[in-house]
Design a protein around this ligand. Structure first.
Ligand code: AMP
Ligand code: MN
Ligand code: MN
Ligand code: MN
Length: 285
């Protein structure tokens, strides 16, 4: 028997469109056995997701996706199986959310300069008083008819060199890994094929991640091609890292990924869940 395992997803606590409860219900319907909720820079949705998963045929793994700046580029580090009460973790995350609050206002000011009024208020309203992501700005601009789809908003307004881009420093790589380890979790480089890195640079990142105590790379991602999965499997094996897999689900309107619908981890990759008792229990049940 193979389990359906999805170790990367988002809820309304960050930039997903389903509440933690709705997300868990959808995962149950999709036949997912193990789901990690990994919101950006916040664990606010975890308690609700755990409650929703009670008495359901689904194991909910408390997770996080931490925004990191490495070599002037944004890199995402997922933490799996974190203790959300861990003070080190929470003290690390709090300044990232403060930066987000300021950045959201700054994005609003910069977009106003190119004639887009009310973007901050619009994005904030879409975030329901929770963390504001560039995704909320993208949705606002699409809703207002400025751009036809969210992907294009990023290209036109929100990435480096574009009018709504705000540079900033997120967490340091070693610090982010440290917080996850302090919280008893496993650290994973998220969607490694998505960064605009050369092979050499990606391997430098992986090397530093290993030195920092990292555990795994997300070999299979909803945002990877089949070839990407195999390339990343090679890197995992070369560096002695485990492999993770996750859809990076943000909601039903983002059709590129569905919960739990993932390619198998390529052979030779040690799954990150190899020593997880909950998986062993599930398989023997
Ligand atoms: P933030 O962490 O607020 O800077 O926003 C980053 C989020 O924006 C990512 O987690 C994705 O969900 C989304 N995102 C980034 N780039 C794109 C893109 N090209 N198209 C659609 N969504 C994107
Ligand atoms: Mn996101
Ligand atoms: Mn990410
Ligand atoms: Mn993600």
């Amino acid at each position: 028997m193979t389990l359906k395992i999805d170790l990367h997803s988002h809820s309304t606590a960050s930039d997903g469109t389903l509440t933690p409860t709705e997300l868990v219900m959808r995962a149950v319907e999709a036949g997912v056995d193990v789901l990690a909720l990994t919101d950006h820079d916040t664990t606010e949705g975890i308690a609700e997701a755990l409650t929703a998963a009670e008495n359901r045929p689904l194991e909910l793994i408390p997770g996080i996706e931490i925004s990191v700046t490495w070599n002037s580029q944004v890199v995402h580090i997922v933490g799996l199986g974190v203790d959300i009460q861990c003070q080190t973790l929470q003290e690390g995350l709090a300044p990232l959310r403060q930066f987000r609050d300021w950045r959201a206002e700054e994005i609003g000011r910069r977009l106003a300069k190119v004639g887009i009024e009310g973007a901050y208020e619009g994005a904030k309203a879409l975030s329901n008083g929770k963390l504001v992501s560039r995704t909320h700005f993208a949705r606002f601009l699409v809703n207002q008819g400025y751009v036809s789809e969210t992907k294009k908003v990023f290209q036109k307004y929100l990435t480096r060199g574009k009018p709504g881009h705000v540079p900033g420093e997120w967490a340091e790589l070693s610090a982010a890994v440290g917080w996850i380890k302090a919280a008893g979790g496993q650290a994973v480089i998220a969607h490694p094929a998505r960064y605009p890195f050369t092979r050499t640079k990606l391997r430098r990142l992986i090397g530093e991640f290993v030195e920092a105590g990292g555990d795994a790379i997300e070999v299979v991602s909803g945002s990877h091609s089949r070839d990407d999965n195999f390339t990343m499997a090679r890197h995992a094996i070369d560096f002695g890292l485990k492999g993770s897999q996750g859809s990076d689900y943000h909601g039903p309107e983002n059709s590129w990924a569905e919960l739990g619908r993932l390619a198998e981890l390529p052979s030779g990759v040690v799954p990150i869940w190899r020593d997880w008792t909950l998986i062993a229990n599930r398989l023997s049940a």
